[in-house]
Ligand binder design. Structure first.
Ligand code: UDP
Ligand code: MG
Length: 310
């Protein structure tokens, strides 16, 4: 019998953990042909999440859990889970029931027919503001333009990964992780299934616009150096203009002599160039920051406790 791990990163989810467990339990009843491992990764929750997980762990022998030493963020919680997962396949699912567990049988079916990465793509985003939908759409558009790898639009982390994919992902040890991009980057046999994303059952999203902006920068800078090229491109264009303008100024001065006029054009040139330079410095800084973080070669996370295979 093959084993499938259900991997659930959880941060302050005490309002939904039990509901999630009940719904999962019901779904798994219909799939008796597999060994199931339900692996919770408690990402340093400050509420009762860990206690609830421990209670479930005592009742149900399919459950195991990892407690991380602090809150590291979902991306890191996921790699921690992948490192510990025992299954021949791993299903990543959010704790807040935005990803319906009822999709699992379909994912497993496709896995059985030979796909390595069965991901759920949302048809619509219920319970999300129009602004969030719009910004998400814009972001995907930009990301697709600047990277060369195919990006899966409107796809979260809800997916089934074959062992091959898991082993591949485990080798990508960068500290600043953009897992969504990594799924595409590793390749393998992909299959999409469509679903309606539900609004959160309880509790609230840990994302705010600042964090999303951060993730967007992360997504772009970890998959392409195109922004660096943009500064060279702008630099080139502006230099050409500057050269022509210089020629004009010299010729004009030779013909008409020098005048003290020209304050506006000077200001415009200085401000414009100053802006471009700061922008380019910022872009370079982003990449240097990433280099800095990666060169430290720190472990991605520390485990406080792990209760696996009983
Ligand atoms: N999560 C986590 N660590 C964090 C933030 C979130 O493990 O620092 C988990 C969270 O418990 C949930 C999943 O990541 O299972 C998705 O989080 P959330 O619902 O806040 O994100 P959204 O659905 O709004 O993208
Ligand atoms: Mg959510």
């Amino acid at each position: 019998m093959r084993t499938i791990t259900i991997l659930i990163p959880a941060y302050n989810e005490d309002e939904v953990i039990i509901k999630l467990y009940q719904r999962l339990d019901k779904v798994l009843l219909d799939l008796p042909d597999y060994h199931w491992e339900i692996l919770f990764v408690n990402d340093g929750s400050k509420d009762n999440t860990l206690d609830l997980i421990k209670e479930l762990w005592q009742k149900d022998k399919r459950i195991s859990y990892i407690g991380l030493s602090r809150n590291y963020g979902k991306e890191t919680a996921m790699i921690a889970g992948l490192d510990h997962a025992l299954g021949d396949a791993v299903i990543l699912i959010d704790a807040d029931l935005q990803d319906p567990p009822e999709l699992i049988p379909e994912m497993v079916k496709y896995w059985e027919s030979g796909y390595d990465d069965v991901f759920a793509k949302r048809k619509c985003r219920l319970g999300e503001t129009r602004l969030k939908k719009y910004t998400a759409a814009m972001f995907y558009k930009v990301l697709k333009k600047v990277t060369k790898i195919p990006i899966q639009e409107n796809t979260g982390d809800f997916r089934l990964l074959d062992r091959r994919c898991v082993e591949a992902l485990k080798q990508l040890r960068e500290t600043q992780r953009y897992t969504k991009g990594m799924f595409s980057w590793i390749g393998f046999n992909k299959k999409e299934i469509l679903f309606d994303r539900d609004p959160r059952v309880a509790g609230e999203s840990k994302w705010n616009y600042f964090k999303l902006f951060d993730l967007a920068i992360e997504g772009i800078t970890s998959f392409t150096t195109a922004p660096l090229r943009l500064s060279s491109f702008l630099g080139g264009i502006i230099s050409i203009f500057a050269f022509f303008y210089m020629t004009i100024v010299i010729i004009k001065t030779l013909i008409y002599g020098e005048s003290v006029q020209g304050y506006p054009s000077l200001m415009v040139a200085i401000l414009f160039l100053g802006g471009i330079q700061l922008l380019s410095l910022g872009i370079i800084g982003e990449y240097i920051g990433r280099i800095f973080n990666e060169t430290k070669r720190r472990p991605l996370y520390f485990v406080d406790e792990y209760n696996g295979k009983k």
